[in-house]
Design a binder for this molecule. Structure first.
Ligand code: SAH
Ligand code: DHB
Ligand code: MG
Length: 221
């Protein structure tokens, strides 16, 4: 199996299970035109995340790392009309692209984008003390351990913490100190495994996005 085959199988799965969608395709087009890096989750990952959220009846979701709002659209659609998505993004340009995409997807009312470094924004969010059902980590990998600490505080019992990019083509096996993202992901995985309040696993993934992994953790009751 080579990378083409992985992509072809992703395409096959999408054709079967992920319906054609104007708002998501618009968001992808806008992100490409705005020159954003192509690092948003895949369609299949979006569907998977959305299923996880629906399975636990999620109403409130925190996302760290908005980019152009592609994953945010998936998350926002997986909560009822009364639901709420808070998404954190350090780059105001990305946040503006995301806001436009969310407006076009008619999700403006469900989603709040806060612009700033997540580590600066999280203390106020923690101070509000309103728990989230799901926290999705997808920003800078070097701060993943700190984001995990925040997510543990912010997620209700029975809620989920999901983190993207925790395998990074296997570079987490023996992370090179000169690759801070691989180091961050590896440290995150160790911290996750040791977290006494979580039951966790990493789903290794191949597909249109190459070889990576998604960590999934459930907060114990
Ligand atoms: N979740 C998005 C992809 C996010 S890419 C999707 O799947 O559609 C990672 C994003 O995190 C980038 O937009 C980047 O600007 C943002 N980011 C990086 N460091 C950050 C930080 N310290 N605080 C908040 N956002 C950050
Ligand atoms: C990178 C970030 C991501 O969130 C992703 O899914 C892929 C790559 C990156 O920063 O390299
Ligand atoms: Mg990612």
């Amino acid at each position: 199996m080579d990378r083409d085959q992985f992509s072809n199988v992703d395409q096959y799965i999408d054709d079967l299970f992920v319906s054609h969608d104007q708002a998501l395709e618009n968001a992808e087009r806008q992100m490409a035109e705005a020159g954003l890096p192509e690092i948003h989750i895949s369609r299949g990952q979006g569907k998977f995340l959305s299923l996880l959220c629906k399975m636990i009846g999620a109403q409130r979701i925190l996302e760290i790392g908005t980019l152009g709002g592609y994953s945010t659209i998936w998350l926002a659609r997986s909560v009822p009309d009364t639901g709420y998505i808070l998404t954190l993004e350090s780059d105001p340009f990305n946040a503006a692209v995301a806001q436009k995409n969310l407006d076009m997807a008619e999700l403006t009312n469900k989603v709040e984008i806060q612009v700033g470094e997540a580590l600066n924004l999280l203390p106020d969010i923690e101070a509000e003390a309103i728990p989230f059902d799901v926290v999705f980590l997808d920003a800078d990998k070097i701060n993943y351990v700190a984001y995990l600490d925040a997510a543990v505080c912010l997620t209700r019992p029975g809620g989920l913490i999901v983190a993207d990019n925790v395998v990074r083509s296997g570079s987490v096996l023996n992370p090179d100190p000169s690759d801070p993202s691989a180091m961050g992901a590896a440290q995150f995985n160790q911290a996750l495994a040791k977290q006494p309040n979580l039951e966790s696993i990493i789903l290794q993934q191949v597909g249109i996005k190459g070889h990576d992994g998604l960590a999934i953790a459930r907060v114990k009751n």
